[in-house]
Design a protein around this ligand. Structure first.
Ligand SMILES: Nc1ncnc2c1ncn2[C@@H]1O[C@H](COP(=O)(O)OP(=O)(O)O)[C@@H](O)[C@H]1O
Ligand SMILES: [Mg+2]
Length: 273
């Protein structure tokens, strides 16, 4: 008997892509309860693609993806909806509703997915706003808050249904250094307070290494390395060190990869010329 908890997410030999274009091949990864797992990689490496695979928006081209013990490809309709309700997602474009105030933005998922009373909505929303330090901003319009505050409102909205798994796509993008540190710490605290697991998609090495239990690095169409932040910092791999140190010279390519879609476009263009 082992005490190892059941993973919330498991990828086994997974390939992901769009049509005949494969973005990532042969991925094996897992997310355990209580963990903050960072998925890192350069721009265009397939991070958002990975997130879409966990939520079942994108089905694997090969291999299997298990979420909460269920094969995500086998879920449809109501079962898929129920599984998605157990996840909180902060999308890259994490847009708030600009015609609603802060409170109503956070209340939105509760009104959409539960039938709890107005009193309960008030308590739940203020509780989540408290957790992100914005209880006293509940009445403000979205146009009245800063970019860093907006990110925290989006965070409160992502956790208001108290999900078992939270996925953040580039939560640090465009934040000033202080908001960045606060947001990272909030992500860690949320995970610990809710007792959930977190998938943190980012290219920000400093912030994610400060809060992650485990880091996966993707690039060149595959999983390049994974381990604890300390293990990865100590590793000798050249690509890994280039990524971690953000050096412009090294094995990471500058050119967008050649795809069948480009070749078709080019053939058609050439034919037309
Ligand atoms: N809906 C889509 N259809 C076709 N190709 C896509 C689509 N979304 C992303 N891609 C391609 O997949 C690759 C990975 O994209 P993405 O997952 O968004 O990268 P990242 O989030 O790491 O920047 C890119 O080459 C991108 O052009
Ligand atoms: Mg992305």
């Amino acid at each position: 008997m082992s005490n190892r908890p059941e993973p919330l997410v498991t990828f086994t030999g997974v390939s992901l892509g769009y049509g005949d274009f494969t973005v990532l091949r042969d991925l094996d990864l897992e997310v355990l309860p209580g963990q903050v797992v960072a998925m890192m990689g350069g721009s265009g490496s397939g991070k958002t693609t990975l997130l879409r695979a966990v939520t079942g928006q994108l089905l694997a081209q090969a291999g299997s993806i298990t979420v909460f013990g269920q094969d995500i490809a086998s879920l449809h309709g109501e079962a898929l909806r129920e599984t998605r309700q157990r996840m909180g997602v902060l999308f890259q474009s994490g847009a708030l509703f600009t015609d609603l105030d802060v409170f109503e933005n956070v209340a939105f998922p509760l009104r959409e997915h539960t039938c709890i009373s107005e009193q309960q909505i008030l308590e739940r929303v203020l509780d989540k706003l408290q957790a992100v330090g914005l209880r006293h901003a509940a009445h403000l319009r979205i146009s009245e808050i800063s970019g860093g505050m907006a990110r925290r409102v989006a965070l409160a909205r992502a956790i208001v249904l108290e999900p078992e798994l939270i996925l953040y796509d580039e939560p640090f993008a465009g934040l000033d250094p202080i908001s960045l540190g606060i947001t990272a710490q909030l992500i860690r605290n949320m995970t610990d307070q809710l007792g959930c697991a977190t998938i943190l998609i980012t290219h920000d090495v400093t912030e994610s290494f400060a809060i992650a239990d485990h880091v996966y690095l993707i690039g060149q169409g595959k999983l390049l390395a994974h381990g604890s932040p300390a293990e990865l910092s100590a590793a000798q791999d050249e690509y890994l060190q280039q990524f971690l140190q953000g050096r412009p010279d090294g094995p990471i390519g500058f050119h967008y990869p050649l795809t069948p879609a480009f070749e078709r476009w080019f053939a058609a263009r050439r034919g037309a010329a």
